[in-house]
Write a protein that binds this ligand. Sequence first.
Ligand code: HEM
Length: 454
Amino acid sequence: MSTSIATSHTATPHKGLPPGPKGTWIGGNLSQIGPRRVDFFLMLAQTYGPIASFRAGRWRLFLVSDPELIQQVLVTDARSYIKHFGARTFKPVLGNGLVTSEGDFWLTQRRLLQPAFLKTQVLSYAPVMAELTEAMLAKWVPGTSVDIAFEFSALTSAIALKTLFGLDDHGDRVRVDESLRLTFELLTHRLDSLFQVPLVFPTPANLRLKRAIADVNAVIDGFIAQKQAAPPGNDLLSTMIAAQREDGTQMTAQQLRDEAMTLYLAGHETTALTLTWSWYLLSQHPDVEQKLVAEWQRVLGGRAARASDLSALTYTAAVINEAMRLYPPVYVIGREATTDLELGGYRVKKGYTILMSQWVNHRDPKYFPEPERFLPERWLDGLASRLPKFAYYPFGGGQRLCIGVHFALMEAAIVLATVGQQFKFTLAPDAVIDIMPQITMPPKYGMPATLTRR
Ligand code: HEM
């Protein structure tokens, strides 16, 4: 972004809407949003300032890009908002799990699951993360071609299955991942449509979606049944099953499935994308890759990374931060007002949606000079502690902060260092790399590359 996002705060609410592009009577600005919706968000912030307004069909939306205003939505006024319609669109598959639930119900579940994600607990997952990474590397053949996105998605989903559910990957994972991919494609399409036919009507699109969801559910139910048949372990799914046994009203079979599905999904795709985009950026910046390899040689000397190495892998952490700045796996979050209130001098009416886009904030030159440049060094002199709270927020913030933040950062560092010491990737010369913003942001055409042993 060439222009910074200005701040504007006024005490008395304006009568009208914040500035924004003119739209049509029925669709509003839908036709301008387009498949690369992050471009539209960036244009809004650059053209209309820190609080911009637009309409998508029947939804009135504000895009808020001033860190202080974002803090007001996610922290100060958090109780006056719920997740927005975009998040709710994914309820058919995520059910009432931690990402989509609200109020007291959400809080009870968050308290139940939180201990498994504390930093101390997460450290105990490090050996499994390294072991499964080594197992993947043992199968790689130098000189062959792989899809980086596919490989890291398979790895992080195997890690999620083992660390969160104590289950080994017996091939069911591939089935659930395929069905999930289809489900999300269909749900994203549904989200983008002007008219959504309720799921109870048997249209061809609805039937396809329902079949894909049923398939995902069957596999997840299989995971749970497998676990229920085994002696309780020290994993999250065992904890959830135990909670269900003690208080049947708290964790019903449906609730167990919803939380398991939510954690499985939220717990692997995002980290896989962090790794995928990191390797893409490294393939374009050999100088950065060289510095990384030097750090790994110095700290690890060829062995897999352990939890105790993390504090010494400072450049690795900077590369991960910078990759998530340029390619935030979650590039937008949204909230819907449950009451009339004020934001940035404007009136937010009940039912309005507030969007906050990491893609936009992470490209603000006020905080990140030369924002499009991949420059891990910018993180080395304490930048993170100098930034306002919501200038950089790949994991969101406030009470709905990502529960998996320690898990994800540790996993990304361990996998990056363990892989990078043994292999390097050369992108296929004819590879077309583009983003495909859905609920997360995978590369549109995958990421084909040749493996070389380092
Ligand atoms: C680089 C990796 C990851 C990124 C960028 C990421 C990003 C996010 C963001 C932005 C949110 C907040 C959404 C909102 O406010 O609307 C969130 C919530 C969540 N994330 Fe993550 N996440 C990552 C990894 C993980 C992992 C590894 C897990 C679990 C193992 C996880 C589980 C969750 C859950 C359960 C929530 C909902 C929390 C709540 O509302 O209480 N995430 N994540």
